[in-house]
Design a protein around this ligand. Structure first.
Ligand code: NDP
Length: 292
């Protein structure tokens, strides 16, 4: 049996289309345009690619996009002052500070200076607490995209065994919270987990967010499981640069029931969810019904 391929690119296009239609209605009926500000400090090449692709997608769905590109030696005071201005700007509904920040900046302090209502990445401590206690929050985009694909594929996730490999604040932990919220039985695995392969083989849903190219191989996958590959790793193969996930796709797809590819799986859904979060933030700021 070969796994069904979960087409994140097509799903993301559908989500972006729904967001664009909602944005058009907001403009027509209320004269409101959602606005997203993205702040990039320094010249990390991968971050530059992400930021420009986020800006392009924002404009494509009819939102206002503002990019602030600051030099790598920007002081913390200057960055905090910019965030304070964006917090106070009523035409901006979402603020995203691209991570990682240069080492001299305190990421936690910077992220926690964003107005939680505009924290479309969902990394502010208030949103983390709200998510953890099952209250309305801004949900981190990558895990939200994974959850949407899982719900779309399975319908109900209740009672399924979910294993999340990785415990970062931006992917692993919020992913586990979301799966718990959908009544999965959740295990979080990490670098100190004993017999990772056996833990993974217990998973009906296996989410890999490790940052290690092709580490999760087919023998670690339960037959028929759904595998979500969050990893984005640039490797050299046959003298060429290639993008691979944290899952060894060719072996895993022979065992899994369904699997996300890299590229074309989780990545496109992350940006679609960023746009959806910005739309949600805009609706909440204006006291309008939220998109479903
Ligand atoms: P981090 O490096 O912050 O976290 C990696 C996690 O994997 C850690 O919890 C670590 O455990 C765990 N880990 C590392 N090695 C092993 C191992 N050998 N066995 C078991 N667990 C291990 O990464 P992120 O969460 O930020 O990102 C994970 C991946 O997702 C990366 O490839 C990243 O590029 C990608 N990513 C993709 C996005 C998308 O839009 N598709 C968005 C964000 C990230 P420990 O805590 O013990 O060190």
């Amino acid at each position: 049996m070969t796994a069904a391929i979960i087409d994140g690119k097509a799903f993301a296009a559908k989500v972006r289309g729904e967001v664009a239609a909602h944005v058009a209605r907001l403009k027509e009926e209320h004269g409101i345009q959602p606005g997203l500000a993205v702040v990039l400090v320094g010249e990390d090449p991968a971050s530059q690619v992400y930021v420009s692709s986020k800006g392009k997608s924002t404009v494509e769905v009819g939102m206002k996009s503002v990019e602030h590109k600051l030099p790598a030696d920007t002081s913390e005071a200057d960055l905090l002052a910019l965030i304070a201005r964006l917090n106070a700007d009523s035409s901006i509904h979402g603020i995203l500070v691209q991570l990682p920040l240069p080492g001299h900046l305190n990421s936690e302090l910077v992220i926690n200076s964003i107005d939680p209502a505009k924290d479309v990445d969902g990394f502010h401590i208030s949103n983390v607490g709200l998510l953890g206690t099952g209250q309305k929050s801004m949900v981190p985009c990558t895990p939200l995209g994974c959850l949407m694909m899982l719900r779309d594929h399975h319908g109900s996730l209740a009672g399924l065994n979910a294993v999340v490999v990785g415990r970062s604040n931006i992917v692993g932990k919020p992913m586990a919270q979301l799966l718990l919220g959908d009544s999965c039985t959740v295990t979080i695995a990490h670098s100190r987990t004993k017999d990772l392969a056996a833990v993974c083989r217990g998973a009906d849903i296996l989410v890999a967010a490790v940052g290690r190219p092709e580490m999760i191989t087919g023998d670690m996958v339960k037959p028929g499981a759904t595998v979500i590959d969050v990893g984005i790793n640039r490797i050299e193969r046959d003298g060429k640069g290639k993008l691979v996930g944290d899952v060894h796709f060719d072996s895993a797809k022979e065992v899994a029931g369904a699997i996300t590819p890299v590229p074309g799986g989780v990545g496109p859904m992350t940006i679609a969810c960023l746009l959806a979060n910005t739309l949600t933030a805009c609706c909440r700021a204006n006291g309008l019904p939220e998109p479903k």
